[in-house]
Design a protein around this ligand. Sequence first.
Ligand code: ZN
Length: 316
Amino acid sequence: MRSIAGLHHVTAIASDPQANLDFYRGVLGLRLVKLTVNFDDPTSYHFYYGDGQGHPGTILTFFAWPGARRGRIGTGQTQATGFTIAPAALPFWRDRLTARGIAFEEPAPRFDEQLLRFTDPDGLSIELVAPSQADARTGWAAGPLPAEAAIRGLHGTILREAATAPTARLLTETLGFQQVAVEGALARYATGEGGPGSVIDVLTSEPARGAVAVGTVHHIAWRTPSDAEQAEWLAQLTDEGHPVSPIMDRQYFHSIYFREPGGVLFEIATDPPGFATDETPEHLGEHLKLPPWLEVARADIEADLPKIVLTGSVPQ
Ligand code: ZN
């Protein structure tokens, strides 16, 4: 049976683009690997943050909607987005968050993992997870933070669901996950070898109406290694009765979208071609990039976008 190869990216919604850049680059030390616009709405920025190369599985992206209303987490949404750090980096992060006045919680270990939990400037819940299984990824080794403390990549996400059985069936019977642990109302699923970047937790919750808007996750994307395998996923999901989008060209990967039974928007995205298709690996994220079909309208698009400052916004 084919199985999903882990997380590709998570996409969330921000309000002020500058505050978002300053937090994810300046505080968390992620690399802005692509500065572009929402291809479906080119009046909004689309920021991609990741490791040095923007490898699949390290990517958190944002649509920036200045002035939009705050969202609310309900069932059928993701509760938190986790990045991994080395366990030895926990003191570094406690000090760094404290020095920047960012309040954080340090809850009891979850599945043997220590974590720090805080929110970004728009209220999005972020966790830095020190996993029990070592994360071999290096993060942005040449970034602004000491290499040993750098965020390695995505760890996983938490789906908040009123009825978990249909979601569990999709994960295990279609997408190739296995349930690997249960702790209270939280069940953990893993794909492949498991470990960082390959886990998703499903939280059983009372039904609660939420709203996908600023400070919430818009969708989560899973990896597939090739266009050929993506076509197989599209065929299989369609056969199983899931309404799936056509394949969309996202310039840095190709995507299909469908909703899991609880309501969270899932995407399956190809690993290739990656972020070095329209700029060199050394200069990722330094200039606004547009796909060919929007390049013709660059002057209008640039005139409508809020002004942002990229240089000098990566304080140590
Ligand atoms: Zn996406």
